[in-house]
Design a binder for this molecule. Sequence first.
Ligand code: DGP
Length: 114
Amino acid sequence: MNDCIFCRIIERKVPSMIVYEDEIALAFEDVNPQAPVHTLIIPKKHIPTVLDLKEADDHLIGHLFKIANKIARDKNIAERGFRLVTNCNAESGQTVYHIHLHLLGGRHMHWPPG
Ligand code: DGP
C-alpha cells in the first residue's frame, strides 16, 4: 500500500535503521523511542490491525514473536525483561495501520501501562 509508511520502509522509499530482515518480516528502530530499546517488528504483508488477521496468518504472527525473541537476546535485554506491545485502533493509541510489535526494554516497565 503506497500510503502506508511501514510499506514504504519495507520498499526502502523511507529510510530506517533496519536491524533484521527476512522474506516475510522486517524489524527497525522506532523513530520516537519510548525506552532504551524500542524496535518495531512488522510483517511485509500489509495487515492494518489485529482485527484483520486471518487463520492463514497464524504462522506469520508466531514468526514475529520469534524475531522479537532473537532481537531481545541480541540486545541483551532478554534476561532482564522486556515488553511486547501491539496497539489496535484509536483508543489503544495505534497510529500506523500496518500491524506491528513494539519491542520495548532496557528500563523498568510500569504497570498498568498509560
Ligand atoms: P503505534 O502507535 O502502535 O501505531 O506505533 C507506531 C510507531 O511507529 C510509533 O512508535 C512511531 C513509529 N513510527 C511512525 N512513523 C515512523 C517512521 O517513519 N519511521 C520509524 N522508524 N518509526 C515510525
